[in-house]
Design a protein around this ligand. Structure first.
Ligand code: 3PG
Length: 205
């Protein structure tokens, strides 16, 4: 057995609440989002987890979520690395549009493909494959070593940057990744083997 990797999608953001494509835009958390982030911290505390290092994106909704979790654990000063490699998928021309308005304009099926498919990018934006092409190398070069040396690592990021990471960790295929949805503020606890494969996965819903 090696270390522990905890992935948490940020709590509900102002634009999640308004049903807007967000991507690299930077809205804050709603009241519910702050509560979800603190509750994620409580769930991790109940498991007796303490982190050795935290990683988050360059976007405030993930950073605030990360800080709430660490504060609940009494680790508010923990070394935390922010990197845009963990940012949400860039939704391109869809950023700022209402998701229902987009469905009315382009059709339910097309919008679902843009949101959930592996390799079809939204206009002017990133596919999940493109997102994975920045997330996975960042994981391999900067994060994995902390887990494989026995550490407990927190990653507070986004629905699609985490879907890309989970796709690689779990060996999920392009067609199957369409079905993976991540809840806001729900911690996913991985134990990794020393050879970097997954020993166990627990979703703290
Ligand atoms: O960027 C966004 O709009 C959301 O955070 C994630 O969007 P999705 O649910 O369409 O993947």
């Amino acid at each position: 057995m090696s270390g522990t990797l905890v992935l948490v999608r940020h709590g509900q953001s102002e634009w999640n609440l308004k049903n807007l494509f967000t991507g690299w835009r930077d809205p804050g958390l709603t009241e519910q989002g702050h509560a979800e982030a603190k509750s994620a911290g409580e769930k991790l505390k109940a498991r007796g987890l303490k982190f050795d290092i935290a990683f988050t994106s360059a976007l405030s909704r993930a950073q605030t979520t990360c800080q709430h979790i660490l504060d609940v654990l009494g680790q508010g000063d923990l070394k935390t690395i922010r990197n845009a490699a963990l940012n949400e998928r860039d939704y391109g021309d869809l950023n700022g549009l209402n998701k229902d308005d987009a469905r009315a304009k382009w059709g339910e099926e097309q919008v679902h493909i843009w949101r959930r498919s592996y390799d079809t990018p939204p206009p002017g934006g990133e596919s999940l494959k493109d997102t994975g092409a920045r997330v996975w190398p960042y994981y391999l070069h900067d994060m994995q070593k902390h887990v494989l040396s026995g550490g407990t690592v927190l990653v507070a990021a986004h629905g699609n940057s985490l879907r890309a990471l989970i796709m690689a960790l779990d060996g999920i295929s392009g067609p199957d990744i369409v079905k993976l949805e991540l809840g806001t503020g729900v911690p996913i606890v991985y134990k990794l083997n020393a050879d970097s494969t997954v020993a166990s996965k627990d979703v703290l819903a």
